[in-house]
Design a protein around this ligand. Structure first.
Ligand code: RTP
Ligand code: MG
Length: 141
């Protein structure tokens, strides 16, 4: 399987719960390397731009309001099959449906406050990584 990069965001609920390190451990224990990272408090404009694909969806305003409710930790993960592997580690969008042992099952409260974001395909990963990190701030070796 090819080495890929994916964009991960630890959302405001998980940052507030002080579980950044626990989530990072899961990435590291599963062969995902953190090759860029940045803590920030997103502006409304930044969050709306990031989630532009969802702008016609009924949950768009709640999603943006939540993503700007506190600081987030944003990282690029690199590894074999990183996009799917990260999605597996995250679990289903709704934590009530997430498999036991996944990040959302263990740390998330609700479909809005669901602890983590992860890119869902190579094309979205490329766009999302470029949205937050210039190439020169990604340290893959
Ligand atoms: P993410 O983009 O955050 O990694 O999550 P995802 O792929 O599992 O879910 P997606 O369909 O891309 O939706 C993005 C985020 O919007 C919120 N959402 N709310 N109320 C709802 O029906 C609903 N559906 C989605 C979730 O917080 C989801 O993570
Ligand atoms: Mg998504």
């Amino acid at each position: 399987m090819a080495v890929e990069r994916t964009l991960s965001i630890i959302k405001p609920d998980a940052v507030a719960k002080n579980v950044i390190g626990k989530i990072y451990s899961r990435f590291e224990m599963n062969g995902l390397k953190i090759v860029a990272a940045r803590m920030t408090h997103l502006s409304r404009i930044e969050a709306e731009g990031f989630y532009a694909v969802h702008k016609e969806r009924p949950f768009f305003k709640d999603l943006v309001d939540f993503m700007i409710s506190g600081p987030v930790m944003i990282q690029v993960l690199e590894g074999e099959g990183a996009i799917a592997k990260n999605r597996d580690l995250m679990g289903a969008t709704d934590p009530k449906k997430a498999a036991p042992g996944t990040i959302r099952a263990d740390f998330a409260e609700s479909i809005d406050a669901n602890a983590v974001h992860g890119s869902d395909a190579p094309e979205t990963a490329a766009v999302e990584i470029a949205y937050y990190f210039p190439a020169l701030n990604i340290y893959s070796r």
